[in-house]
Design a protein around this ligand. Structure first.
Ligand SMILES: C[S@@+](CC[C@H](N)C(=O)[O-])C[C@H]1O[C@@H](n2cnc3c(N)ncnc32)[C@H](O)[C@@H]1O
Length: 403
């Protein structure tokens, strides 16, 4: 089982990908036709950001929009809330600390996946008699929204009517907590190649019966963003350097910021500060695809049947947040965040019945905090408005100076 964002030899895993069945291949063929129709309507090529958007979110066909299993043992990857309730219990403790100062505070979760994180957070807050006024969910996938509703109605029926699914960000800004686990890595990215200082955008074309890359000179907005990044780096890039640029992140954060009158956004994802993300040794960027717990680097394989992701440049997150009028009040890795929220005492207090359950929980805690694995690859950033006082999750280690 491969946790999302953990790179398990992407170059070689492609050889052993299990073939999809006929129905899945037919589904993928329909999405290929849809993308090819768009290519034909343009000049024969589209930006990789648009390809990624269609492959993941095209209504009824994209990986997240259609009915693929996605999460868990029988899916393609596993996320922290799917791996263990310990993750969401820790987050619930952090939410509770924030909501204590905001009596009518709500929680807004973005991209709630199967609904497991919402469920475990709400069960923990219910146990502590600290349920929020409302729990809002903004989910772009109709398929996942349905799964979330089924799970939450079954698991937390008394509170179910206070869970509200939104079609877009709330018109009335809220006070409280905004949560997003592994949403930023699913935002479409541009892919670029820098050849001795000359910048090209990698676009997508149809060639020889398959999608293929096409290099075109980068436009002015993309070039400006790359030049800004290069100016801030401690190193220079090698002669040929391929990477990703997320142009969606800043407007996405600006819109989120407008939805928050007072409170904290906690954004969790795999990624790095800028100097590590754009390190000269990372010559092929961070683009990864997840298919049945195999990780590889070919985004053109089985469109609609596999996840496509890119790591997050957390310096870009912090910069965009400050521009949007938010304070960056904490940044650390998942291990320190969970420990800061009391993971060890939560584990001890869970009162596991018997050695087997105790070992299971201890193993889950280890997976969530493993250095070199989820504990280190995943980062948590807190973006606040109008809040005083430190947050528990960053009390052990705050790494904002690395941003
Ligand atoms: C990798 S999954 C993570 C799911 C869940 N948070 C978890 O940790 O298991 C990404 C989720 O974000 C959703 N999503 C992608 N873009 C989004 C956006 N702009 N707004 C809200 N949800 C989005 C997807 O449909 C999916 O539910």
């Amino acid at each position: 089982m491969n946790p999302h964002g953990i790179n398990a030899d992407p170059q070689h895993a492609v050889i052993s990908l299990p073939p999809p069945d006929a129905a899945a291949l037919a589904h993928s063929a329909r999405l290929i036709d849809r993308i090819r129709a768009e290519l034909d309507g343009r000049s024969g090529y589209i930006g990789f950001d648009r390809y990624m958007e269609l492959a993941l979110y095209e209504p009824g066909l994209g990986y997240y929009s259609a009915g693929a299993r996605k999460f868990g043992q029988d899916g393609d990857f596993v996320t922290a809330p799917e791996l263990s309730p310990l993750f969401s219990i820790c987050l619930a403790r952090q939410c509770r600390q924030i909501l204590t100062g905001l009596p009518d505070g709500s929680i807004l979760e973005l991209g709630a996946g199967t609904g497991k994180m919402a469920c475990d957070i709400l069960l923990e807050l219910q146990r502590c008699n600290a349920l929020p006024a409302r729990y809002l969910i903004l989910e772009t996938s109709a398929d996942l929204k349905q799964r979330q509703q089924q799970l939450l109605q079954a698991e937390i029926p008394d509170y179910f009517t206070r869970i509200i699914w939104l079609e877009r960000l709330p018109e009335q800004p809220l006070s409280g907590v905004i949560l997003a686990n592994e949403v930023m890595d699913a935002l479409p990215v541009h892919r670029i190649v820098d050849r001795q200082g000359v910048l090209y955008e990698l676009q997508v074309q149809w060639h020889g019966g398959d999608f293929a890359w096409l290099e075109v000179p980068a436009g002015p907005a993309l070039s400006r963003q790359v030049q800004d990044i290069k100016r801030q780096l401690r190193y220079s890039w090698p002669e040929v350097y391929t990477t990703e640029i997320n142009m969606t992140l800043a407007p996405w954060l600006a819109a989120l910021s407008e939805s928050l009158t007072q409170g904290v956004m906690l954004l969790i994802d795999y990624g790095y500060p800028r100097n590590e993300f754009y390190h000269p040794e990372r010559t092929d960027g961070t683009l990864l695809c997840h298919y049945r717990h195999r990780v590889h680097a070919d985004p053109f394989l089985y469109p609609g049947l596999q996840d496509i992701t890119a790591s997050v440049d957390f310096t870009a997150v912090a910069t965009a947040a400050v521009k949007a009028g938010l304070d960056v009040t904490g940044y650390t890795n998942q291990m320190y965040f969970l420990l800061g929220c009391g993971l060890d005492t939560i584990l001890a207090d869970m009162g596991a019945s018997g050695l087997r359950q105790q070992l299971e929980l201890a193993n889950q805690a280890k997976m969530l905090t493993l250095p070199g694995g989820m504990g280190e690859r995943f980062k948590v950033i807190a973006l606040s408005r109008g809040m005083a006082g430190g947050l528990a999750g960053f009390a052990i280690m705050d790494q904002r100076k690395h941003l």
